[in-house]
Write a new protein. Structure first.
Length: 164
């Protein structure tokens, strides 16, 4: 994954190798300018780059609409009440079995196709519930951004958490 943090790390490494580059721009250091977050990889020696725009093109959907993130199941978030009203017709938090059959199906589609969940448990995160809220209320959501950010989050987790 290549984001602002990775771009800054790349600059810092250049300065460590050649201290005379301190204070210079990326271009002056011989680096490409940082424009957007991307996923970089290599397959059989061929460099591969994945951008949010690629996902938009593949799913044939514009990168427009609402996007909320970083909710991390915060109990004081106003999104809790909003998504509970949408999913459960109640302001109180419910359980998976409290969902209607239609909402269970949407959750299953989301978990298995759009934003796959690792591990067990039926309870979706607040981010996942907010994403579902947009579908249930037919509000335009930035689906390519959700998928791309989910891919980045999963990549970060796989790099920091050692899994067997």
């Amino acid at each position: 994954m290549y984001d602002r943090k990775a771009a800054q790390l790349e600059m810092d490494e250049k300065v460590l190798i050649d201290p005379s580059l301190a204070g210079k721009s990326r271009e002056e250091m011989g680096l490409e300018p940082f424009t957007v977050t991307k996923i970089r990889s290599s397959i059989m020696g061929i460099s591969i780059f994945i951008y949010e725009e690629h996902i938009a093109w593949v799913i044939r959907r514009l990168s427009k609409g609402r996007y909320v993130s970083g909710l991390d199941n915060n109990k004081s978030s106003p999104w809790n009440e909003t998504v509970n009203k949408t999913m459960l017709n109640s302001t109180k938090k419910g359980k998976y079995y409290d969902l209607s059959m239609e909402h269970k199906l949407l959750l299953k589609i989301q978990n298995e196709n759009l934003l796959p969940k690792g591990g067990g448990g039926d309870q979706p995160s607040l981010d996942h519930r907010a994403f579902l809220h947009f579908f249930m209320t037919k509000e335009k959501a930035n689906v390519p951004k959700y998928i791309f950010r989910h891919m980045i989050k999963t990549l970060k987790e796989s790099q920091t958490i050692k899994r067997c």
